[in-house]
Structures are given as C-alpha cells and as structure tokens.
Design a protein around this ligand. Structure first.
Ligand code: PLP
Length: 411
C-alpha cells in the first residue's frame, strides 16, 4: 500500500488551488507532475556543476559527465537493459521513434515490405511510418480492435507474416488504456524474422517493464510522463542493432575522426547523440527514476489498478456516459476515456476545470482511432501514484453535475 498523503507532499504543484478549489490533476497521460527531488536536481545542476559533457578535463565537466552517464545507467537498470550503451537520449518518445524511422528503417525497409501497427497508435508511432511506407513503397497494416478496445488477434497470423519487416506497437494505449500483449506479439514477429518496436511512453511510467523479458529490438520512453522534465526521453535498442545503424544526426560529439573529406563514428551511445545533449533534463530523468524505484513499480501499478477500477465502476454507474477500453484491469492501465452523447468533451472539460479538475479532452493524438470509434473526441481521466479515491469522488460528482447541467432540456 502506498502512503499517498506522504507522496503528495513531494509534489509542490499538488498543493495549489485552481479557481479557489484544490487542484485535482487527472491529466497524467499527457504529462505528469514533478516531485521536488526532480525539481531540485535541475536547480542543483545549474547552480553547482553546469558544464558541457564528455569534453572537458576540468572538474565541473567531469562532474556533469558523471551525473549525465549515471542517469543513463539508471534508465538502463529501470527497464532491465543489459547495457547502458543501449540507451540513447532523445528529446522525447516521438524523437526516439523518428530516430528508428530515419536510420534503421531507411536501410532495412524495402519495396513490398509490410510494417504492422495497431489501430490504436498515437500519431508518434504512426506518422513516421507513413513516411517510411511512402518513401519505400512499403505497406502499413493495422491490427484491428475488438468492441471493447483490445487488439483483435483472430487473424494475427495473416497480419504478421513473411512480408512483415517491422511490428511497431504501443504497449499501453493513451486513449483507451488498453495494455497490449507485447511479449506475445514480439514472439510472433520473431517467428517471421520481423523486427519489433514497442512504444512504451505509457507503460514504463506505470508498471514494471523489462526489455529482456519483452525482447523488442527498440523501445521508446518519455521522460515527462514518468515524473521527469520535459525535453528528455530515451530510445532503448539492442546494442548490436545500434552498432549496425547509421547515425541519425551528424555533427560534434558523435564522431571519432574527422578530415576535410570524411568522418568516422564515435562508439555507442555517443554515435547517436550529436551536439550538446540535454544534460540537465537527463539528470532530472535520473532523479525521476530514483523516485519511482524507491516507491516500487509493482506498488505503483497496484495503486493504479485500485484507483482505476474504483473510477471505472463509478463511471459505469453514471447514466448516459459511454466509456472505452477493456473493463478487465489486467488489460487496462490508469486511463479512462468517456463520452456523453450530446455533450461535447470540450464543454465537459471546461465544466470540470471550473471545479479544479484537470482532465484532457480531444483526440489524444489518435485521430484515426477517434474516427473508428465514431466520435470527434473523448474526455480522458488518467491517474498516477499521487491520485486518491477522494479525488475520483470529486470527479464523479463533477461529472454528474455537468451532465445534469448540459442535458437540462431548458438550456
Ligand atoms: C502512447 C504514446 N506514445 C508516444 C507519445 C509521445 O510522447 P512524447 O511526448 O514523449 O513525444 C505519447 C504522448 O502522449 C503517447 O501517449
């Protein structure tokens, strides 16, 4: 059991009020709040050892290099990567996916190849592959969904087949909350010789994720969704695959030897980190990993299961509210999207905002999924380790009040 009240004290912003009401922050799938250890790690970096990494012989540079590389090591351990050389710093999960699309895919995807995605992908794991498919005359195929928002694997052996070059799938859907069977799909991809990318932006922050167990070639991580700063993320890739890949961006740091005519590449991981990296935020992401590890990912997942099932039961009991995604909590993360026919999600979100409740409304960067569901948008509540059941109660009261207000025939 987590001591939520103690945890909440670590997050300064959770103490603030919005329109005179205590803030209830339920927009964690968009970005998470930051504990003071993360905030202080950033201030500490700039106040005490701000300096460029890997270049200097002076004390500050050695200190920043050490802390920067320590943070990489922490991320590697957090996802059970065999080596920290497998961790490439990026700006976010989106950049990590683009890195693979612009390097590995450019070399390996050929005309007639197939790239398998799911019908619930975030635009980040969709738009880069559309470009690869157009560039290479490859085909995008989508694993369809069941009525309750799970992957429909009925015809999976026709979808993942001998023509498949890459299976690139979201681990936990930011719109539906669905937890996908990434281990099973990775094994299927392996059988036909395809490579695998797992978009773990919504799983690594919320549950134990073990890259040796899932065994993908690539896995992408977002720092700001796991209590870390914005502007930092990571690509995990198997070391031998990274060794064989061409660099993404070219310039300083990523080279070994440069002449006027040519250049050779630095060793891993620097080969994929051209220019001065985002040192402070990488250190901040390391502090976020420390914070999450100290609490324990199993306990965080259990807390989210408790609070989400509590919220789901209450949402199901509200008349006229549709919800999306599976009801079985073993297949759902801490995300609930819902809709009331006749009430626009933006109106609902604005009403809740006036009660101090921050939820997200819109297409959640999954426009094709919204189109498939036949809605322009949904309202989404997403939970994290600092949310409480009494916050869910306020959300439910707010929703009931809002639906009464908007559905009142006199209005
Ligand atoms: C499932 C999923 N993938 C990728 C991303 C992109 O993450 P980032 O903001 O780190 O680029 C998001 C962000 O919402 C997401 O929810």
């Amino acid at each position: 059991m987590l001591d939520i009240q103690k945890i909440r004290k670590d997050f300064p912003v959770l103490g603030r009020e919005v329109y005179g009401k205590p803030l209830i922050y339920l927009d964690n799938a968009a970005t998470t709040q930051k504990p003071d250890t993360v905030i202080r790690s950033l201030v500490d970096y700039y106040e005490n050892y701000n300096s460029n990494v890997h270049r200097g012989v002076h004390k500050l540079s050695m200190e920043s290099t050490e802390r920067f590389e320590e943070a990489r090591e922490k991320v590697a351990c957090f996802i059970n990567s065999k080596s920290s050389n497998s961790i490439i710093w990026t700006r976010n999960a989106t950049e990590a996916i683009n890195l693979v699309a612009n390097t590995w895919a450019q070399e390996h995807v050929k005309s007639g190849d197939e790239i398998v995605l799911t019908a619930m992908e975030h635009h980040s794991n969709l738009v880069p592959w559309q470009k690869v498919a157009k560039d290479k005359q490859a085909l995008l195929k989508y694993i369809p969904l069941t009525a309750d928002g799970r992957l429909d694997l009925t015809n999976i052996d026709d979808i993942i087949c001998s023509r498949t070059k890459l299976v690139s799938i979201v681990h936990v859907s930011n719109s539906l909350g669905t937890i996908n069977p990434v281990e099973e799909l990775t094994a299927k991809a392996r059988k036909v010789g395809a490579s695998v990318l797992v978009d773990a932006a919504q799983s690594v922050p919320h549950m134990p994720v073990d890259v040796q167990q899932i065994d993908p070639d690539f896995l992408t991580i977002s720092g700001h969704k796991m209590l870390g700063p914005t502007g930092i993320g990571a690509l995990y890739a198997k070391e031998d695959i990274l060794e064989s890949m061409e660099p993404f961006l070219r310039g300083g740091e990523m080279v070994l030897e440069v002449t006027y005519e040519d250049a050779s590449w630095n060793s891993l991981p620097m080969r994929f980190e051209a220019g001065t990296p985002n040192i402070a935020d990488a250190v901040g992401m390391g502090a976020a990993v420390d914070y999450l590890s100290a609490i324990g990912m199993k306990s965080i997942r259990q807390h989210e299961v408790d609070i989400t099932s509590y919220a789901l039961d209450a949402i199901k009991a509200i008349n006229g509210l549709d919800h999306y995604g599976p009801d079985d909590m073993s297949q759902r993360g801490g995300v609930i999207s819902f809709n009331s026919p006749g009430v626009h999600p933006h109106d609902l979100g604005t009403f809740l905002d006036r009660l101090g409740i921050a939820v997200r409304t819109g297409h959640h960067c999954t426009m094709p999924l919204m189109r498939m569901l036949g809605v322009p948008a949904t309202t989404r509540a997403s939970f994290y380790l600092y949310n409480t059941k009494s916050e869910v109660d306020v959300l439910i009261d707010g929703l009931t009040e809002a639906l009464g207000y908007f559905n009142d025939g006199s209005r």
